[in-house]
Write a protein that binds this ligand. Structure first.
Ligand SMILES: Nc1ncnc2c1ncn2[C@@H]1O[C@H](COP(=O)(O)OP(=O)(O)OP(=O)(O)O)[C@@H](O)[C@H]1O
Length: 654
């Protein structure tokens, strides 16, 4: 053995370890699932290397397996694999540090969480992986040798601040993780992890579908003695009988390859939990088999809860694994799922691909494009299905993944219609419940052919916006869009089911229609236009620095004025977003609309008729414009000046 080197855990790792050791996590059993899953990944990697890398072609992969060893006297449980192994540097990099982005923020949230359940669900999202060993062990020893190297390394730690590294000779290729178990403590959820019965139960529950045999020395002492659960009928390893008392604990069935009718929902859920490390059941399952020229099976899941880093730029990863004829090829296969569906987890097993296939090749493969198109349709179909059959569940899923799906409206024009059917938004129809566009259309008034919406920062701001007045007065429903991404997709999507989408803060609105019965109204309108023409043209000139036009409004009932955009103008929220992102935009000059029935507006006209050169009149114009800007949540260019003008007016009026 070489000399001992002591290293410190990275600060974030230390924090995570402290949380894992000293808190809360009630389901301690999952440590074994995590270690077995790491071992299984290591076996996958070795097999793949042996198949594609001639340098390792001689490696014997005939008996890749995971071995669980119990030592009652030493009170240790060891998870051993003969997989790819790690070098010393791998150990430092992979076990000593956490590379996930957003870790610091999440740790902060966990620390601040008020109750154990919240903290637990946050940790659950995080996936504690290897560190979960410290939930059940007060010391962990890893011994490992990377395939193709001669040097073995031992890593040891009590999970506190540091770990020790030491070179070790004569290790076999692969990794063993030895847990020096804490005493069993049922109050703390610590079972007796030396008990073969307990180990079998955990493996069956969490790791049954692992594709490699998970073996344990049989505890059969005589033909019918204690531990006869060792005769588990599920045992699938033919070597069992001959191996002199070694049992295979898992069934190793590739779930996706079995016919749907033979798989229970429970099996699907467990499989999902294994591949995702989630502890909740998935919200939906898609299992399909494609036959014909390009055969594949796919088993996909829509989770119930979004991962904490769903919107983190750095950790955008697809959740789909690619297999070729049962051989694991890669995680995060982005060629199989578009970015906006990155939350979908699962497995695609393609029969006719080369094991050597690279990400590059996949990105350009025509057949893979076809698979992806089909999978997207299936996933969107599953969501639609959930929406119609289980609205409550769908609402939760939309709450978690709606924002990601809305990204699809920008990225995936092939599926615009399907995505629009899924959109759920707030509306003036119901203060609590959201609506779909389909439901909106079904409620549209006779003669209404447009879907009206208004974007803004909050529901209250949108509801109280002056633009809403005529719509409220006339009983038209308006969609309330407050998610920043809404600003973007509504611009890209011209219509839903043939009905144009229109912002009530843009362009002209004509809620009165133009039927013959309204001829009178039209005449009235023309008369007003005439009456106000001089005022409007004077205002347009006076406010030309701020607006491009001043006109009469048909959308106001109680406010004096509001600001609207032209049909293709950038909205103020979007303008703010662009500027916040550092993008230069030419100043957007919008349109000031006046309510001709409002006393302020009529008084303004009278004053203007009496003499347009009174400087006080220009100040009034400025105040009217500023007030309209504030009402829609906009920012004044010169708030101090606005306040001064207003104060002067108030003082004079008192
Ligand atoms: N038995 C093992 N053999 C080889 N490498 C391993 C083994 N266990 C862990 N590793 C390496 O250490 C890394 C970190 O493991 P850890 O369990 O903390 O996270 P993970 O498996 O990457 O993530 P997660 O558990 O969330 O899926 C692994 O990605 C792997 O590269």
């Amino acid at each position: 053995m070489g000399s001992v080197e002591t290293l410190e855990f990275q600060a974030e790792t230390r924090q995570l370890l402290r949380l894992v050791i000293h808190s809360i996590y009630s389901n301690k059993d999952i440590f074994l699932r995590e270690l077995i899953s790491n071992a299984s990944d290591a076996l996958d990697k070795l097999r793949l290397e042996s198949l594609i890398d001639s340098g390792l072609a001689g490696i014997d992969t005939a008996d890749l397996c995971i071995l669980l060893e119990v030592d009652d006297e030493a009170r240790t449980l060891t998870v051993r694999d003969n997989g790819i192994g790690m070098t010393r540097d791998d150990l430092v990099e992979l076990i000593g540090t956490i590379a996930k982005s957003g870790t610091a923020g999440l740790l902060e949230k966990i620390k601040e969480s008020k109750d154990a359940a919240t903290a637990e669900s946050l940790i659950g999202q995080f996936g504690v992986g290897f560190y979960s060993a410290f939930m059940v062990a007060d010391r962990v020893t890893v011994r490992t040798r990377r395939v193709g190297t001669e040097d073995g390394t031992q890593w040891e730690s009590d999970g506190e601040g540091t770990y020790e590294l030491q070179a070790v000779d004569g290790l076999p290729v692969g990794t063993s993780v030895t847990l020096h178990l804490k005493p069993a403590d049922s109050e703390d959820g610590l079972a007796d992890y030396l008990s073969p019965a307990k180990i079998r139960q955990i493996v069956k529950q969490y790791s049954d579908f692992i594709r490699w045999p998970i073996r344990m020395a049989s505890e059969r002492t005589d033909s019918a003695g204690a531990g006869s659960e060792g005769t588990d009928a599920q045992s699938a390893d033919p070597q069992d009988a001959a191996a002199g008392g070694v049992d295979t604990l898992n069934s190793m069935k590739a779930l996706w390859a079995r016919p749907r009718s033979e798989v229970t929902q429970e099996e699907y859920d467990e499989f999902y939990q294994q591949i995702s490390h989630d502890w909740l059941a998935p919200a939906a399952t898609v299992h399909m088999r494609a036959e014909g020229t390009f055969e594949y099976e796919a088993l996909l899941f829509i989770p119930s809860q979004a991962p904490f880093d769903l919107f983190s730029r750095e950790s955008r990863r697809s959740g789909v694994q690619l297999y070729v004829k049962r051989v694991f090829i890669m995680d995060d296969c982005e060629a199989l799922m578009p970015d906006y569906l990155r939350f979908v987890k699962g497995v695609v097993d393609a029969h006719d691909l080369s094991l050597n296939v690279s990400r590059e090749l996949l990105q350009h493969d025509r057949q893979i494009h076809g698979v992806r198109r089909r999978l997207v349709k299936k996933v969107l179909g599953a969501l639609k299905d959930m929406q119609s059959k289980d609205a409550e569940r769908y609402a939760k899923v939309w709450d978690q993944f709606g924002r990601a799906l809305k990204e699809g409206l920008l990225e995936d024009t092939d599926n615009t219609e399907a995505l629009l059917e899924l959109v759920s938004v707030a509306s003036t129809h119901d203060p609590e419940k959201t609506t779909t566009l389909r439901q909106y259309v079904e409620r549209m008034k006779d003669g209404q052919d447009t879907v009206y919406y208004l974007t803004g920062e909050t529901r209250a701001m949108v509801e109280n916006s002056p633009h809403m007045e005529a719509f409220t007065a006339k009983g038209y429903e308006v969609l309330i869009l407050t998610d920043p991404v809404d600003e973007v997709w509504v611009d890209r999507v011209p219509a839903f089911d043939g009905r144009p989408l229109q912002s009530i803060a843009k362009g002209q609105v004509d809620l009165d229609g133009s039927d013959a019965a309204d001829e009178e109204a039209d005449a009235e309108k023309a008369r007003r236009e005439e009456e106000f023409a001089a005022l409007l043209s004077w205002l347009t000139t006076t406010l030309s620095g701020q607006v491009k036009e001043v006109r009469l409004s048909s959308r106001l009932t109680t406010s004096a004025a509001c600001i609207v955009g032209d049909a293709h103008d950038v909205t103020p929220t979007l303008e703010k977003m662009y500027r916040a992102m550092g993008q230069e935009l030419p100043p957007v000059r919008r349109i000031l609309e006046l309510n001709p029935a409002h006393p302020l507006v009529t008084a303004l006209r009278t004053a203007h008729d009496a003499g347009a050169d009174d400087p006080a009149l220009a100040e009034t114009a400025e105040l009217v414009y500023g007030g309209a800007l504030l009402a829609e949540g906009g920012d004044l260019a010169d708030p101090a000046r606005f306040t001064r003008l207003l104060t002067e007016r108030l003082t004079r009026a008192l």
